[in-house]
Every structure is written in C-alpha cells, then in structure tokens.
Write a new protein. Sequence first.
Length: 226
Amino acid sequence: MRDPVRVILVVEDILSEVLLRRMKRHYPGTFQLAAALGKEGFGFIKKNMAAFNKVAATTAFIVMTDLDDQLCPQFLLRSWLREPLHPNLMFRVAIREAEAWLLADREALARYLKIRIQDIPLDSETVADPKKLVIDLARESRSDEIRDALVPGPGRRRKVGPDYNGCLLRFVFRDWDPEEARKRSRSLHRALLAFERFEFDPGEKDSAPGFNHRGLPEEANFSVKN
C-alpha cells in the first residue's frame, strides 16, 4: 500500500477548502494535507500560480477556483499560467461557482434547506449565479434557522446571511455526497476523476522537499499571509 501524498490546497474561499477536504476524505489514505492556502479570492491564486507550478516539481498541489464569467476552464488557466501545467498540480474549476457543486446533490440539499427538490435545477452548471440561487432557495425554507443563517436581512449591505459559510460548511461535512453530486456536475465529476487518477511524480530521488513549521515546502517563495 502506498503512503499518502502530501498535498497543498489552494482555494478562493473557505467553502472551496471544505469541499476539497470532503473530497479528500472520500479517498482515504490517498492524500495527507500539508497546508491550505488562499481564502483571499481568485487574485491570490492568479498572482502565485506560476510559483505553485514551479514548486509542484517536488510537492503536490490541488488548486481550485470558480469559473465565474470566464469563457471556459482552459481559457482561464492559459490567462493565469504561460508554461505547461505540471502533472503534480491538479487545477480544478467549479462551473460557475463552488455552490454549484452543492446544488448538484439535489436530494441532500433539499432536505438540509427544507425546500422542495423540484426547485433545484437538474443541471447545476446551467445556473448563472449559484450563490444567489442558494440564497433564493433559503428564502423559501420552512426553517427559520436556515433563513436567518443564509438570507441577508432587510437593509443589509451584505449579499449573504450572517452564518452563510457556517451553514453551508455544516452541510458539506454532514450531508453532501460527492458521488451523488458528480452525476449532475461535469466539473465536479472531472475533479473527482483527477483525484482517482492522480499519480505523484517525485522527480529525482534526492529532490524530495523539506517542509517548514507552516507545512510549506522550504523552497516555496509565494506570498502567504500569517
């Protein structure tokens, strides 16, 4: 049996991180988390993408971002990285946002939000604004707790409710089933295939990286906030 591969997660936000952690748990013994970076929006990923790709020669990375209004994942990657993507770096794009992967598990999300399953689209990747749809669905919830957590109050400037992240993170850890969700999200299905097929290339035997106290490779020179 192979040892788990040490992997660094790079994400836009906490929801994306928890989705990747849940997906990693779906394949026990495959990956060992070394560090989770980002949670500063896509700008952090775009700025450091070339550095991640360079360090991937000795360290596995899983980088996840949202497609948002970009044309396609391939166009997005080409605009962020000029050189070829290293095979030790998995670059995964949620179409159009991470929330679409939650919507893809229709039955579980309908139970959790206490709404009708018919109100959730059959194809989550056709939703132009998945985050807005999650909030709109929560407005129709039979649960005061769900509405209070996800829906912004009247007159509030925030686009989401006060416990938006916490409420959705609990759903991911407790109820979301990636195997069910992959049936209705092609981008999630491709991401899970990448997990299943991943083979770490260690390069030269004497090039295995050392890791500092923060869990990062010693040669890493990308910017990370404390």
